[in-house]
Write a protein that binds this ligand. Sequence first.
Ligand SMILES: C[S@@+](CC[C@H](N)C(=O)[O-])C[C@H]1O[C@@H](n2cnc3c(N)ncnc32)[C@H](O)[C@@H]1O
Length: 266
Amino acid sequence: MTLSLNSVHNINCFEGLKRIKPESIDLLLTDPPFGIDFHKVGTQYNRSQKELGKMYTEIPQENYYDFTLKWLQAVWKTLKPNASGLIFSGWNNLGDILNALTEVGGRLVNHIIWKYQFGVFTKKKFVSSHYHLLYFTKLSKKNDNERTFNRIAEFTNSKNPKKLYFEDVWIINRDYQKGGEKTPTRLPLAVTDKCVRMCSNENDVILEPFLGSGSVVLSCLKFNRKFIGFEISKPIFNVAVSRIEEMRHQLKPDKRKIDSWLEMKK
Ligand SMILES: C[S@@+](CC[C@H](N)C(=O)[O-])C[C@H]1O[C@@H](n2cnc3c(N)ncnc32)[C@H](O)[C@@H]1O
């Protein structure tokens, strides 16, 4: 059965992706597992081992390319011919994502660096304090004018309102998670909001196959985008559901019509 829009599912994305209508997605916005052994190097990304061990599903490094190619191939079928995508990555397995993107026929538009305030103190090497964000499109260069890129003044680095430009280094702090269940890899809404607003339009459909605690969906709700999301881990999915509930109640009543995902909580 084809999945309805505005729904999130506690399932393996490989199962979910088969149930999305072909060529129905406008934007892929995803933060996949990084494929690193967090017990050795997780701390460099400020991801707590304790929390990860409890709920996060990782991919062994040796399988990372095959895993990435497999999910990207499945995603590719769901993307509209004029779709774009944004994929977060650490630096360890960045090469695998770039190679898999080339293999499926993705055309890289930008390689964005998201610089956050601070990683974790290291004595004998540089402190990691950035992620990569790969912005690609399914469109050929010839048809690139069909690509959505909203020139929103709020995000410009230019002082001249008549000449807006947007740099590919984003300096945005990570959130301090107050109270409630904490998730180790949560993206700040300042980052997901910017992706959603600049790279999609109202009512577009956004896909996040690796939902985590749901930041991408919260941005979709805030800015009136439709969404489909998958998360394999039950405890992390539960965090996403409570964050979505909370966000829905902050929205104006006419924007709260998103009910279909509720059935997926069971
Ligand atoms: C980097 S985290 C995403 C974090 C998210 N951006 C947030 O704001 O919380 C990747 C997520 O993918 C999930 N995951 C791993 N393999 C999966 C699969 N095959 N299908 C669905 N989710 C999966 C992990 O459990 C983890 O929560």
